[in-house]
Design a protein around this ligand. Structure first.
Ligand code: GLC
Length: 356
């Protein structure tokens, strides 16, 4: 995540080579035909063609300065050459766009794709004539895919707390990805740590001394937070053992454990509600937020990412909030989990842009 672009792309090329070497004997690649790749790259890119694009900025804790402004496909192509891999990238695809492609391939009612994982973002199908940035001739379908990069959304209506502000200042990308920092998996555990730290300092939540590990940024990860939040044991023993294992806080009282779970709940309720609000925003943009008549078209939203997949309470809160926001129209809106949609969708787009 931190280093040079050559190191990053050599690593990716090495993993690709390992993958190709593991290909089963049942698969025989046609002789003389180059392998083609759909390349999922989950960062903001200025993309002017299907198989090239320059990195605009890093997000999600990546920091490889020499890469910004460079063509990520060219970098990968060079790395593959260095490793002796005979392959070409036929499509460069953001993970949201991959998820949208896979979702749409399975079900024509899919119009929006959302990633809720380490980061968050959404893509949707827009009418091409509603896209002022587009200057070429209109696409045959009349539609165009928009990658919103909503993780970078910021507004005075987003009520930031002192924890959000402090997390932002300490991050590698201060002032950027505000919505993502309130909503996605990379940050929820860290917000929890910051709240618990203040409660330890000001209200002796963990006793007279403040547990030293609680000072370490990112020591509490969102998967552990989810485990605590999902604890259904009568004495919250899972919460107790996670606090012990990750923060070296032993013998926590039942009250301390309950408070910890309550804080998890507050942070996740906010995050999932914001994600639901983002989805409603896109539904409004494409006029699918209000039921038109009995024939109202169904709208399916394909969702991928570890946060959505594993943090059940997050997912439940997202679904509940979206339902509330939509009222009657919620009958026509459906969220589906698109498992590895981003990877499979990139493969589909890579195949459909094959040169063979
Ligand atoms: C970050 C990236 C975005 C990606 C999202 C989900 O927000 O900037 O491109 O889609 O994470 O992985």
């Amino acid at each position: 995540m931190v280093g040079t672009s050559q190191e990053l792309f050599d690593y990716i090329a090495m993993k690709l080579a390992e993958f190709v070497n593991k290909e089963s004997d049942n698969y025989h690649h046609p002789a003389g035909r180059q392998r083609e790749l759909g390349f999922t790259f989950s960062f903001p890119v200025m993309q002017l063609s299907i198989a090239s694009g320059t990195l605009m900025r890093w997000t999600k804790g990546f920091s490889i300065d020499d890469m910004v402004g460079q063509d990520v496909v060219a970098e990968l192509t060079q790395a593959m050459k260095r490793k002796g891999i005979d392959m070409r990238v036929s499509a460069l695809v953001n993970d949201t766009v991959g998820t949208l492609a896979k979702g749409r391939y399975d079900n024509k009612d899919v119009a929006i794709a959302v990633i809720l994982g380490t980061g968050t973002n959404a893509a949707y199908v827009e009418q091409a004539n509603a896209v002022p940035k587009w200057h070429g001739s209109p696409p045959k379908s009349g539609d165009m895919v928009i990658n919103t990069e909503w993780g970078n959304f910021k507004s005075s209506h987003l009520a930031l707390t002192e924890y959000d502000n402090a997390l932002d200042v300490d991050s590698l990308n201060p002032g950027e990805q505000t919505f993502e920092k309130m909503t996605s998996g990379m940050y929820l555990g860290e917000i929890l740590r910051r709240v618990l730290y203040r409660m330890a300092n000001e209200a002796a939540l963990f006793g007279e001394t403040v547990p030293p590990k609680l000072k370490m940024p990112f020591v509490l990860r969102t998967p552990e937070m989810a485990e605590m939040h999902h604890d259904v044991s009568p004495d919250l023993s899972v919460v107790g053992s996670i606090l012990e294992d990750t923060l070296e806080i032993s013998k926590t009282s039942p009250m301390t454990r309950r408070v910890t779970v309550a804080v998890c709940n507050i942070i996740v309720t906010r995050a999932a509600s914001l994600a639901a609000a983002g989805i409603l925003g896109i539904l409004k943009k494409i006029g699918r937020d209000i039921a038109k008549d009995e024939e109202t078209q169904k709208t399916v939203i394909a969702v991928d990412g570890g946060l959505y997949e594993h943090y059940i309470k997050y997912r439940e809160c997202l679904e509940k909030t979206l339902k509330e926001l939509l009222g009657d129209q919620s009958r026509h809106i459906e969220l589906v989990h698109s498992n590895d949609g981003s990877g499979i969708g990139a493969a589909l787009l890579g195949a459909s842009h094959s040169k063979y």
